[in-house]
Ligand binder design. Structure first.
Ligand code: ADP
Ligand code: ASP
Ligand code: MG
Length: 406
């Protein structure tokens, strides 16, 4: 008998029929004698819809109240699954984040889990209940509802699996595993049997939304095997585990894309000590994460400075920089939301030259202009126009020999 945590994403609980399908998977696992804890997302599209409603209600919705609203998506699916299980004569109980005692910090909209007290969950499991927990939500030490950032149910699942010392955490989604690129835009993407925590961390941080990055961090820290698989087939998916010698070691092991990007340029910034701090301190104080930064060569004591931020922070960031520009005497501030980041990733890249030149010449052959570049030991990222995203992913996937059957 094992303790199995199963998480079902939005498309897997899109309506009552889909939730029935989840119920039948859960009962099958339960009937095999396992203890089952289920973590659910909201129905597909609901979180976006709730955010839309909040924006209609207020131009700048209060963050605490927004989390109260967003948590209702997961509350709905959890109650519905528990009802269906009960009607099938399986003992089941739903728990909201605060009832499952998922304690977070107080950063509404992007809270971090700091503790999970498992007594109530364990008591229900002892009584042979299926425990259904609303993902994506927790509560701060004062009892306020918090949410964990988009895609946060993955993190709920892995964190609860680690707190319970579960044998495995299964992430059921709408693809049957982790691929060398998003299979929805790159039809030649190859499914991986296994991927190391480190490689998955990189892929997630560079846009592969199949797992929220924090969930991979948890899995690595507590050594929880994560099995990403489809809720619509019986097929084995992809295991996210510690690196072992049997894993493929390719120079480039994956191509990712991230359309959640925007860039901001400050033109003719005075090239003096302290100016960069003036530009980036208020951005950091607003809680906005800056990704790439490029400063052009100086001319006449002035320079242009460009950086990227998540698209959701674009409007706030540009407002901040307009004020900064006036203060420091920069000539202009402008930006662009129609950009995307494409990246090639591989731990094998460390010992190889030529990856960057292959990447640049492959994009050039398709006439795709590179706006910004950043590199690390194990990845190269380029900012390009958003309309070329799919094309760029496909040609890079081929150029690095990743295509299925090649
Ligand atoms: P869920 O609602 O189940 O959490 P998500 O939409 O968050 O599902 O994540 C699954 C999606 O991740 C897939 O539909 C796929 O488009 C996308 N994805 C991006 N990169 C990859 C990848 N390398 N392998 C598999 N899926 C990927
Ligand atoms: N419902 C939340 C979202 O759409 C959390 C999740 O699905 O993981 O981001
Ligand atoms: Mg997700």
């Amino acid at each position: 008998m094992s303790l199995i945590v199963q998480k079902y994403g939005g498309t897997s609980v899109a309506d009552i029929e889909h939730i029935r399908n989840v119920a039948s998977r859960v009962t099958k696992t339960y009937d095999q004698g396992n203890d089952v804890v289920v973590i659910l997302s909201a129905m597909a599209g609901i979180t976006d819809r709730l955010i839309g409603m909040a924006r209609e209600a207020s131009e700048n919705p209060d963050k605490r109240e927004l989390d109260v609203l967003l948590a209702t998506g997961e509350q709905t699916t959890s109650a519905l699954l528990a009802m269906i299980l009960n009607s099938m004569d399986y003992p089941a109980q739903s728990l909201m984040g605060h009832q499952a005692e998922v304690v977070t910090d107080h950063c509404f909209g992007n809270a971090r889990i700091v503790d999970i007290r498992t007594d109530r969950i364990k008591e229900l499991l002892r009584q042979r209940h299926v425990v259904v927990i609303a993902g994506f939500q927790g509560c701060d030490p004062r009892g306020n509802i918090t949410t964990l950032g988009r895609g946060g149910s993955d993190t709920s699942a892995v964190a609860i699996a680690s707190a319970l010392e579960a044998d495995v955490c299964e992430i059921f989604t709408d693809v049957d595993g982790i691929y060398t690129a998003d299979p929805n835009i790159c039809e030649k993407a190859r499914k991986l049997k296994a991927i190391s925590y480190d490689e998955m961390l990189n892929m997630a941080s560079l846009g592969a939304k199949v797992l929220q990055i924090r969930s991979v961090g948890f899995a690595k820290k507590y050594n929880i095997p994560v099995h990403v698989r489809s809720s619509f087939t019986e097929e084995e998916g992809t295991m996210v585990v510690n690196e072992d010698s049997g894993m493929e070691r390719l120079v480039v092991s994956g191509v990712t894309h991230d359309q959640n990007q925007a860039r901001i340029t400050l033109k003719k910034v005075p090239d003096q000590p302290g100016v960069a701090a003036k530009i980036f301190t208020p951005i950091a104080e607003a809680g906005i994460v800056v990704d790439m930064i490029i400063q052009n060569t100086r001319a006449g004591g002035q320079t242009d400075l460009t950086f990227t931020v998540p698209r959701a922070s674009y409007k706030t960031a540009i407002e901040i920089e307009k004020k900064v520009a006036a203060e420091i005497g920069a000539e202009d501030v402008f930006g662009d939301e129609q950009i995307a980041k494409v990246s090639v990733i591989g731990v094998g890249m460390k010992d190889h030259s030529g990856v960057a030149s292959t990447m640049f010449s492959t994009l050039a052959a398709e006439n795709i202009n590179i706006i910004l570049i950043s590199t690390s030991e194990i990845r190269i990222s380029c900012i390009i126009e958003e309309k070329y995203t799919e094309l760029a992913v496909r040609v890079l996937h081929s150029a690095f020999g990743l295509d299925a059957g090649s």
